[in-house]
Design a protein around this ligand. Structure first.
Ligand SMILES: [Zn+2]
Length: 345
């Protein structure tokens, strides 16, 4: 009988009765038993192992969603991010476009390099700041701000226009070119008139310039608050600055402006302007403190005592109504010497 058929016959009772059939064939066909055992044993073992491997249970509905697998050794990259080779380069914050004033204030008009914006303290500072170093009256004539003034561009432009159109021709009419503007103060974070706690001055907004005078190329300094400077000249300067600036404060406005002229371009309601500058006349000639030299031929002077008053005062003339009640004055000659030697000056 072929081995496979015998094995089938052996397996039938073994499958039903287990190991008992092994003893039936033990004495006769031991070799075939072992052969069949090997043949079917592998199949049974395979089937039994497969039956014993547990399958994963189905995921409960209430289980949390599992996170997607993440490679921890790679940085997090947004899903829509472009590959590194295609990413746009980092762009620094764009600088604000130059103002219309900045574009207009060219080096043909003034030497006024831009400065960074001033931020504080408090409300002080502003944007579009320049350092006005000089005004170009012409390619050959430059008027320096001494020292350079820190101003907003619009104020610097107003100063440049005043120097070019008004001040330089006025100086030229005096026979010499304008060379310097004496800058007394420009940007400064402070209250009005340097009063602590007062409303912020336009100087704190870089919107004001204090000037004391104009220097000519021949060395002459025109001090604008000097009473002895030509009145006509000061009035022309007054008229020009009050036309170009919205605030002009000089002598007579308050005692803070006796030695300089304040200029600014503060904006007020209804375009209100402030022009307060008294062009004063020269002070009157002061009378000499010492008396004129007494001439030698002058008669000796009487002293006050000699005139009848012990304390030096002269008695006013008695009125008619009380003259009768008044006692006659005692003769001074009884207490004082009649004459003193005349003093020489
Ligand atoms: Zn001022």
């Amino acid at each position: 009988m072929p081995v496979r058929k015998r094995c089938f016959l052996w397996a039938m009772p073994w499958g039903q009765g287990g190991g008992a059939s092994l003893f039936i064939f033990r004495n006769g066909v031991r070799a075939q038993v072992w052969a069949c055992t090997l043949l079917f044993g592998g199949l049974i073992a395979t089937a039994g192992f497969a039956a014993q491997v547990p399958l994963p249970r189905s995921r409960p509905a209430e289980a949390p969603h599992s996170a997607p697998a993440v490679q921890t050794d790679q940085p997090d990259v947004p899903a829509d991010a472009a590959p590194p080779s295609q990413a746009a380069p980092a762009i620094a914050p764009a600088e604000p476009a130059p103002s219309a004033c900045r574009l207009a204030l060219t080096e043909a008009i003034a030497i006024a390099p831009s400065l960074p914006p001033i931020r504080g303290p408090g409300d002080c500072g502003g944007d579009d700041i320049v350092r006005l170093e000089a005004v170009m009256v012409s390619p050959d004539q430059r008027v320096a701000l001494k020292p350079p003034a820190v101003l907003r561009c619009t104020m610097a432009m107003a100063v440049a226009n005043w120097v070019r159109i008004d001040a330089a021709p006025l100086a030229a009419s005096l026979g010499s070119a304008l060379s310097e503007v004496d800058n007394f103060d420009s940007y400064e974070c402070r209250g009005r008139n340097r009063v602590k706690g007062a409303k912020l001055s336009e100087h704190g907004r870089a919107n004001a310039l204090d000037i004391r005078g104009l220097r000519l190329a021949n060395g002459t300094m025109l001090s604008l608050t000097d009473r002895n400077l030509s009145r006509d000249l000061r009035e022309k300067v007054l008229h020009s600055v009050c036309t170009r600036f919205t605030t002009v404060l000089g002598p007579g406005s308050d005692w803070y402006h006796e030695d300089h002229i304040h200029l600014d371009i503060a904006e007020r309601r209804n375009n209100y302007r402030l022009c307060q500058w008294n062009v004063d006349d020269p002070m009157p000639q002061i009378a000499p403190l010492l008396p004129a030299v007494r001439p030698d031929e002058a008669p000796p002077r009487e002293t006050a005592e000699e005139a009848g008053e012990p304390d030096g005062r002269t008695e006013p003339p008695a009125q008619a109504s009380d003259a009768a009640d008044r006692k006659p004055p005692q003769a001074a000659s009884s207490a004082k010497p009649a004459m003193r030697p005349a003093r020489r000056p």
